[in-house]
Structures are given as C-alpha cells and as structure tokens.
Design a protein around this ligand. Structure first.
Ligand SMILES: Nc1nc2c(ncn2[C@@H]2O[C@H](COP(=O)(O)OP(=O)(O)OP(=O)(O)O)[C@@H](O)[C@H]2O)c(=O)[nH]1
Ligand SMILES: [Mg+2]
Length: 303
C-alpha cells in the first residue's frame, strides 16, 4: 500500500466522568461495537483501544474508565489507565453530558474543568465534547458552550449525540485536522491491538451489568481460562465469572442455573457477532473473596 505524503496519524484519549458516553462515542466513531456500554457508571475498567482507518489518516482511540475519586484499590489501578492514556495521547477528547445551565450545574462545570486541568499536566490540546444533546432542548446549548469556553482554552467545543451519531462527522473532521503528520502506526486492516479474549471477557461482563443490580456488576470479574480454535466444530471458550461472595454466586447462577444460562446465551450472540464466527461458550462462577481490595488478586486478574 502506498501511503500518501500528507498522511496523518495519532492517539486520541477519550476522558470524562463515568457514564457520560465515552464508550458509546468510541463505538459510534468506529461504527463497531468494541467497548462495552451500560446505563450504569463505572462500566469500563481498562483502557480499550480502537483504530479508525481512513485513506489519509489513522486515529487510535483510547477509551478509558470514568474519572472518580478512588475508594477501592481496584479503582486506583483504573486511574493509572487514565493517566497512561493521557500520556500516550496527542489530543484529548474531554466528554461531558449536556445539562441545563443553572447555578447548580455551574458548580459541576467548574469541578469538571478543575479535574481536567489537574489531569492534563502537559497541556495537550483538548476538544470538549458535549454529549447526549438528544436529551436536551437545543436552547440549552449555546449558554452551556459559553460556560465551558469561559473556563478553559479548548481547541474546539463540539455538541454531539454519540447514541444517535449526531455530530460525529464534524467531530471526525476536527480530529483529523488536529492530528500530527505521521505515517500509520498500525496496518489499516487492524481494528484494535487487544486480543480477542479480552473482548470476549468484556462482552460477558457487559451482560452482568445488564442482568444484575447493585453491587453485583461491580463485584464481578471475568477471566477466560481457555480459548481454543478447533479444526472441526466451533471455537471453544471457557470463562470464569468471579464474584466476591458466596451469596452473589448463587444469584448469578439462579434457579437451576437459569440466570447463568441466560447470560451465556446473550453474551454468545454478541461474541459471535464480534468474532464473525460461531463459538461454544462455557461459563462457570467462582468466589474470590473481596478481590477488589486485594492487591494480589487484582494483579492476578491482569489489572
Ligand atoms: N440519550 C443518550 N444516551 C447516551 C448517549 N451516549 C451514551 N448514552 C448512554 O449513556 C450510558 C453510558 O454510556 P457509556 O458509553 O457506557 O458511558 P461511559 O462514559 O463509557 O461510562 P463508564 O465506562 O462507566 O465511564 C448508556 O446507557 C448509553 O446508552 C447519547 O448521546 N444520548
Ligand atoms: Mg465506558
């Protein structure tokens, strides 16, 4: 493949508080479901890489966990994923959600900007994305944009709806112009650098977010014990769902295994779509007592 002289390529980190739509935005831009999404905060737990390949540019997105004050040891580790993504990035996308411009929200806006200043130590260029504009009346937008613009020297402020894919083309053009001249970092066929088994584990975890409530999704970790391609028949995937307590194990398994079966069926569909082939998925549930507080266990899970 010949690479055009003026090829542009770079890393863009997607940063913001939990639940503002970072993963939805990355998937929308890539037009492919890579990062898992749920209606609850703190869904993303690692940095997820997605590569946009175009004839004259390549953008490597880094989706990150939401910015929070860490309480658990696990959350401290997640903070390091955010830091490393910012360090690796050429440009930051700072996501916030659309809000009515009242006194209460002005305090939140100031806090958001304060966090941004604290994490963007090297003062990399930042594009502010106001997401979820589908949920708010258009009249809110201008005053909201002004409030943000008054507080920080953003390279650009762009309102979007990641869910409805509104404004994404404008955003892509803006990002493209901000990219440095550089040959592609990855082969243009590549969508991500992370292995298939990473995404398989994530899609199982996503089902836990959708099917269980309160602490269960947060107490859950999924590990792939075996991923074997077979000459004959479907790929074989053995995954273990770890929870923190015996009672949680019972809930996940459900009556006569019905809940586990349901998760397995739904996750398998997403996995097969992602891999573009059929798989045989076997799930087991184990208890790893209070793993989120255990440094060793967190490490063993690969964080
Ligand atoms: N209405 C609307 N909902 C959206 C939009 N973007 C994301 N959402 C919803 O917001 C919720 C959170 O989306 P995620 O993409 O998981 O958010 P996130 O910022 O990655 O969250 P964490 O990984 O927890 O930090 C989901 O229910 C999405 O469907 C949008 O533009 N409009
Ligand atoms: Mg996310």
């Amino acid at each position: 493949m010949t690479i055009p002289d003026q090829f542009r390529a770079g890393y863009i980190a997607i940063i913001g508080k939990p639940n503002v739509g970072k993963s939805t935005l990355m998937n929308g831009l890539l037009d492919f479901k890579l990062s898992i999404i749920s209606p609850r905060p703190q869904t993303t737990r690692r940095r997820v890489m997605g590569i946009m390949n175009r004839p004259s540019y390549q953008i490597i997105f880094l989706d990150t966990p939401g910015l929070i004050d860490p309480k658990y040891r696990l959350q401290k580790v997640l903070g390091t994923f955010i830091e490393s993504s910012i360090l690796d990035a050429d440009i930051l996308l700072y996501l916030v959600d659309c809000k009515i411009n009242n006194a209460e929200n002005l305090i939140i806006i100031e806090e958001e900007i304060q966090i941004l200043s604290e994490i963007n130590l090297q003062k990399k260029p930042v594009i502010l994305i106001i997401n979820k504009i589908d949920l708010f009346p258009i009249d809110n937008l201008l005053p909201l944009l002004n409030s943000y613009a008054d507080l920080y020297p953003f390279q650009k402020l762009i309102p979007v709806s990641a869910l409805k894919k509104d404004g994404l083309k404008e955003l892509e053009m803006e990002m493209k112009q901000a990219l440095p001249l550089h040959p592609p970092f990855y082969d243009p066929d590549v969508l991500t650098e992370q292995p298939e088994r990473f995404f398989v584990a994530e899609f199982i975890r996503e089902q836990i977010f959708f099917n269980f409530h309160e602490e269960i999704p947060y107490s859950t970790e999924v590990q792939i014990e075996e991923f074997r391609e077979r000459d004959k028949g479907k790929d074989l995937i053995h995954a273990v769902i770890y929870v923190e307590r015996e009672s949680q194990k019972g809930i996940i398994i459900g009556k006569k295994g019905s809940s586990l079966k349901n998760i397995g069926m739904k996750a398998r569909k997403v996995i097969e779509k992602f891999l573009d082939r059929e798989v045989y998925l076997e799930l087991r549930v184990k208890v790893s007592k209070n793993w989120r507080k255990s440094e060793n266990q967190i490490k063993r899970f690969g964080y």
